[in-house]
Structures are given as structure tokens and as C-alpha cells.
Design a protein. Structure first.
Length: 416
């Protein structure tokens, strides 16, 4: 179920999922004899130990290392352009085996192109494309339109950098009536009209990312959600999940009847940019970097968001997936704002997620030349709904969750 207001809206379901393992610290868990100090990327590398029993080994796609190298090169080039030619930068993406760097037309010059190519390790897979608007101009236009969204009766406003436009989600009836008024706030050549109404349905021991967790309601009833990832806050171990899963005492009933901890900072406010909270673990629990039921581990994080541009693919690992993740889901909108709910969300293709999956891990694949790892991209929120049909998935960005919750470090696999 979901609540539909004037603007794209979200309603908390009574389900969520998370991963954690309860155990005592022993020689089998050498990771916790090390210094738990985050590195420069806010990561705390630990020895993961053996995978969970009956773990699923996800197939390693052909070309995983090549794709990782390609994405790494694109991110390096993006950082270079932003540092030295920020006003010229319009975005970047990887598509069909090529890296595409978007620059503004008025910045076109052989010198700039050559300087970018000189920085690339994969020059034969680099394409420079010129567009009208800079990323700064696109972002400013999006925020300007969103500030008037309720008055204009818009469903939502987002960004698609790959086509150098903002997405305006609007019904045909409202567009026919209010188009001229909408275009007082933005140039039409900057707009990608997305027709139809829209809503978001929240899918509300050792602890593993993606594992089911339960919040106790009364003596016999529980809300269920999924764990996103394990972290540290003020010297304490915590498990991050969706904020709409709500505050209270949490359990991992698959491992036992004792509480794993309490969440008191669950956030799903429209005045913030994330749907998140964390369970403050009780003693006797050991956070894991293994994805629930899987032999894959979390290797790194994507604080900048440069690996999840429009057209790139993420996977979601949550309760309903068991030991597997969703198929790769294409990113459709990198900065979705919905009146009345957390802003700056990300929209992907539909992945078949259901109630109980809220809070699950959203990740991309990172390959170090030996094997695949999960790179954290965010925390799963819920389904996107248009005209009564589920059309996509929505998640909160990792950086907003990290900063909003005041995390001090994320547990990752030290073999990465």
C-alpha cells in the first residue's frame, strides 16, 4: 500500500531486513583484534573470517575486472575535470564499453580535450561529448523547480545527467494546465517530461548485510526489515537500516530470542536527505562484512556517488533475496526529490523487492583483479509506483546516510 498526496509520496510498511551474527569474540574472529580506526575513506578494513554456512557464491560476470577498470578511469577523469575545469563539467557515465565525459559547448577546446585524454589510462575507450548546460546549472534548475513543486502540482523532480536534463514527473492533466507556469522556472530544453502519477511504497548473533531483522511491537508481533551494513559510532558497533522501520528494540529471530539492540534515531523526515537509522548493538554480537547468505563481502564504499551515475547498474541485497541479490538494476534518476519526504533519493528499474526488504544494502561491483566485492551505494527505501503499478526501486544515498547518522566508520573486507 502507499499514500498518494499532491506530490510523489511514501508510506512506511511494517517490514524491514538486516544482517548480523551473534557470537562471542574468539580465535575464529581475528578481525576484532585489530585497531578499529577508519581509513581516509571512512572504512574499517577487517578480516572477514570464513563465509556463513551454506553461503551462495555469486557468479563472477565475464569482464568484471575490465568494467571496474573502466569505471575507475572515468572517476579519475571526472575528479580531474571538476578540480581544474569545474564550470565546464556536465557529468559522466559508462556505456557500451566506453567512458563518456560531458562538457559544456562553450568550453570546447583541443587543449582541454587533450589534457583529459592525457590523464586517461584507457584513451581508446574515452569519448568526450558536448552539451549545453553544466552540472551546476542542472542542479540549480532542479532545486528551483522543486521549490515550486507543490504549487505547480508536480509529482517529483529529479536529474538525468546523461541527457543533460532535469526530470519533471507530472500527470498529463497537470502538464496541459500548468505547462506555461512550470516553464517560468526552467528552460524547456532543460526538461525531460515524465508523464504519469507517482508514489513510493516503503518496504518496511553474527549480523549480515541484507539479513532479516525484527522490531518488536508487542508480545507476539514484529515488524520486519533488512540490515544494510555494519558500522561504528562513538566506539560502538551499529547496524544501519531504513529509518522508517522505526525506533524500538530489534531482534534477529533466526538466531535467537534475545534483543540485538535498540534503534532510537530512525529518520524519514522531509527536512533531511536520507531514510536511515541504526541499531546500537548489545555486547556479544559481531558485525560481519559478508552479504547475508552469500560468499561475497563488502570491500569498499562510494561516498562521492561517482560509480552510480544514470545508466550505471546497482544491485540490492535484502531479506527476500535469500543469499542472492537482485539482477543489475539500471539507474534512472540520480537526484529524486519528493515533497513531504527525504530528498536526493535515487531511482532504479524495478527489481522485484517486497515488504521486509526496506533497509537492505544497495551496491555496485568492485573488482580488485582477484574477485568481486560489494561497493556500498546506499540503503534501500521502497518501490516507486506510477498509475498503480510498481515501476522501480528507490534508495537513499550512502553519503547522506553516513553523514546524517554521524557514523565514524564502515566495516569492510581487508582483502580488498
Amino acid at each position: 500500500m502507499f499514500k498518494k498526496g499532491k506530490i510523489l509520496s511514501l508510506t512506511a510498511m511494517t517490514t524491514m531486513s538486516l544482517m548480523l551474527i551473534s557470537a562471542s569474540v574468539s580465535a575464529e574472529n581475528p578481525s576484532f583484534t585489530s585497531n578499529l580506526v577508519p581509513n581516509s575513506n571512512h572504512e574499517i578494513p577487517i578480516d572477514p573470517g570464513p563465509p556463513p554456512a551454506n553461503a551462495v557464491t555469486m557468479p563472477q560476470e565475464v569482464g568484471s575486472k575490465e568494467l571496474s577498470d573502466l569505471q575507475d578511469d572515468r572517476v579519475q577523469l571526472e575528479n580531474y575535470v571538476i578540480e581544474y575545469n569545474k564550470d565546464s563539467y556536465s557529468g559522466s557515465y559508462t556505456e557500451n564499453g566506453l567512458n563518456v565525459i560531458l562538457l559544456t559547448k562553450n568550453s570546447s577546446s583541443a587543449a582541454l580535450e587533450n589534457s583529459i585524454k592525457d590523464k586517461s589510462k584507457l584513451k581508446n575507450k574515452l569519448k568526450i561529448k558536448y552539451v549545453k548546460y553544466s552540472r551546476k546549472e542542472i542542479a540549480a534548475a532542479k532545486e528551483k523547480v522543486f521549490s515550486q513543486a507543490e504549487k505547480l502540482k508536480l509529482e517529483a523532480v529529479g536529474i538525468n545527467e546523461s541527457i543533460n536534463k532535469i526530470n519533471i514527473y507530472v500527470t498529463q492533466e497537470v502538464l496541459d494546465k500548468n505547462k506555461n507556469e512550470i516553464l517560468k522556472y526552467v528552460n524547456e530544453d532543460m526538461v525531460n517530461w515524465v508523464i504519469g502519477d507517482m508514489g513510493i511504497k516503503d518496504n518496511a548473533y553474527y549480523l549480515y548485510p541484507g539479513e532479516r531483522i525484527e522490531r518488536k511491537i508487542d508480545a507476539t508481533n514484529y515488524y520486519t526489515c533488512s540490515l544494510g551494513f555494519n558500522a561504528r559510532v562513538n566506539g560502538n558497533d551499529v547496524g544501519v537500516t531504513a529509518g522508517h522501520c522505526a525506533n524500538g528494540s530489534y531482534y534477529d529471530l533466526s538466531d535467537g530470542s534475545s534483543s540485538i539492540g535498540t534503534m532510537s534515531n530512525g529518520n524519514n523526515s522531509s527536512t533531511t536527505s536520507y531514510d536511515g537509522g541504526y541499531v546500537n548493538y548489545v555486547s556479544g554480537t559481531i558485525p560481519s562484512v559478508y552479504l547475508n547468505g552469500s560468499a561475497m563481502t563488502i570491500g569498499t564504499t562510494d561516498y562521492s556517488g561517482q560509480y552510480r551515475t544514470v545508466g550505471q547498474y546497482v544491485r540490492i541485497h535484502a531479506t527476500s533475496m535469500g543469499g542472492s541479490s537482485t539482477a543489475p538494476l539500471k539507474i534512472l534518476d540520480t537526484d529524486l526529490n519528493v515533497t513531504g519526504f527525504p530528498t536526493h533519493l535515487v531511482l532504479t528499474e524495478y527489481g522485484g523487492l517486497i515488504s521486509g526488504d526496506s533497509g537492505g544494502l544497495v551496491y555496485t561491483i568492485a573488482n580488485n583483479g582477484v574477485k568481486n566485492y560489494a561497493r556500498i551505494e546506499g540503503v534501500y527505501k521502497g518501490n516507486a509506483v506510477s498509475n498503480g503499478q510498481i515501476v522501480g526501486e528507490v534508495f537513499s544515498k550512502y553519503s547522506y546516510v553516513y553523514d546524517g547518522l554521524g557514523l565514524s566508520g564502515i566495516y569492510t573486507d581487508n582483502s580488498y
